[in-house]
Design a binder for this molecule. Structure first.
Ligand SMILES: Cc1cc2nc3c(=O)[nH]c(=O)nc-3n(C[C@H](O)[C@H](O)[C@H](O)COP(=O)(O)OP(=O)(O)OC[C@H]3O[C@@H](n4cnc5c(N)ncnc54)[C@H](O)[C@@H]3O)c2cc1C
Length: 226
């Protein structure tokens, strides 16, 4: 095989055919691709592009490590360039995937000695879905900040008693108010690992609250989306 053919093959392995788009809300969906051809650790992300389009964006992997499908959870951003295009993909369309990237993931040394508290805003729940699905029996709590209770994406995939949905714009959450308000009013055990994922405002505010509760930077891991 000549060098050019080898290079072609390598490129081909990054191409995936869309299996389905699973609609969760009016503007949020799960993009499902065939099983990943690379190994990844729950919490990592991929870089995605659409064939024929020069732009790419990063997305946390939503599916479990050994899942039959590689999935991401996407919110269509109003006025955004890329996410509205993803929303129009059809089964059989081709996308290009690079990765996995990033170090966001469970602290495995503390896996069985600590409680793992996942704090997410919006689609920032994606890496936690992957971690929970990959690690049955994990001692975790998930605190999910959304505007409306309908945005508690696929909540049935979690142990319901471990989840607190904080809704800022309706009164149907487990906590009616902002995630940060909930954090301020909640106590956590000393042996807690915190994982924060989502928009930078939420992450900054949450880190300040955790600091005021005596948790140092070493107990907090963050992934910023925008
Ligand atoms: C490591 C990493 C992982 C990510 N994982 C995910 C993921 O799992 N799911 C996901 O939906 N997005 C994720 N994102 C965001 C994603 O990469 C894109 O930024 C997002 O899809 C918007 O792209 P766009 O081209 O439509 O908007 P752009 O045209 O690039 O930007 C438009 C505006 O939208 C804002 N924006 C970006 N993301 C959001 C959002 N989710 N909600 C509201 N406003 C937003 C930006 O700040 C910008 O001002 C991740 C980002 C990073 C860095």
């Amino acid at each position: 095989m000549n060098v050019e053919m080898k290079a072609d093959l390598q490129i081909d392995t990054n191409y995936y055919k869309v299996v389905e788009l699973r609609e969760l809300t009016e503007n949020t969906f799960v993009l499902s691709l065939p099983q990943s051809r690379f190994k990844f650790e729950a919490g990592q992300h991929i870089s995605l592009s659409i064939l024929g389009d020069y732009q790419s964006r990063e997305y946390s992997i939503y599916s479990a490590e050994e899942s039959n499908n590689l999935e991401i959870l996407v919110k269509e951003v109003d006025g955004g360039y890329f996410s509205p295009k993803l929303k129009h993909l059809k089964p059989g369309d081709m996308v290009e995937v690079h990765g996995p990237f990033g170090k966001f993931g469970l602290d495995h040394k503390k896996r069985d000695t600590h409680q793992h508290v996942f704090i997410a805003s919006g689609t920032g729940i994606a890496p936690f879905h992957s971690m929970v699905k990959t690690n049955p029996g994990l001692n975790y709590r998930l605190i999910h900040g959304v505007r409306y209770s309908g945005e508690a994406y696929e909540i049935e995939d979690y142990d319901r008693k471990n989840v607190t949905v904080c809704t800022s714009r309706d009164k149907n959450g487990d906590f009616n108010g902002r995630l940060t308000e909930y954090l301020k009013n909640t106590d956590f055990a000393k042996n807690t690992c915190f994982y924060l994922c989502g928009n930078s405002d939420m992450i900054f505010d949450a880190m300040e609250i955790l600091k005021s509760k005596g948790f140092d930077r070493d107990s907090v891991t963050v992934e910023v989306y925008f």
